[in-house]
Design a binder for this molecule. Structure first.
Ligand code: ZN
Ligand code: ZN
Length: 92
């Protein structure tokens, strides 16, 4: 089986395959996929290829306080801290 083009891993752990002859940047590829509905982007910056995973993830955000973890009620100052923390929950 042949792999066509490089696979880009995003911060959300999503693998995006770029066409080998593409001239667009990773950011452009992501934007195009988000706009076409092939990729879901959360307010925290994580990307999802699976709608179910996306909706499951959205449950981690508290309404009105998106940087607060709904599992342990911890508030974070940056999305980086939040998403790092979110993966800690996921790995447990
Ligand atoms: Zn999120
Ligand atoms: Zn938490």
């Amino acid at each position: 089986m042949q792999v066509s083009g490089p696979i880009i891993k995003t911060e959300g752990g999503v693998e995006i395959k770029q066409e080998p002859e593409t001239t667009e940047s990773v950011a452009e590829t992501i934007l195009r996929l988000v706009e076409s509905g092939g990729l879901k982007k959360c307010i925290c910056g994580l990307l999802f290829t699976d709608v179910t995973q996306f909706y499951l993830h959205k449950g981690v955000h508290v309404d009105g306080e998106p940087k607060k973890c709904s599992f342990c009620q911890t508030k974070f100052g940056s999305w980086y801290e939040f998403t790092t923390h979110f993966f800690d929950h996921k790995n447990k």
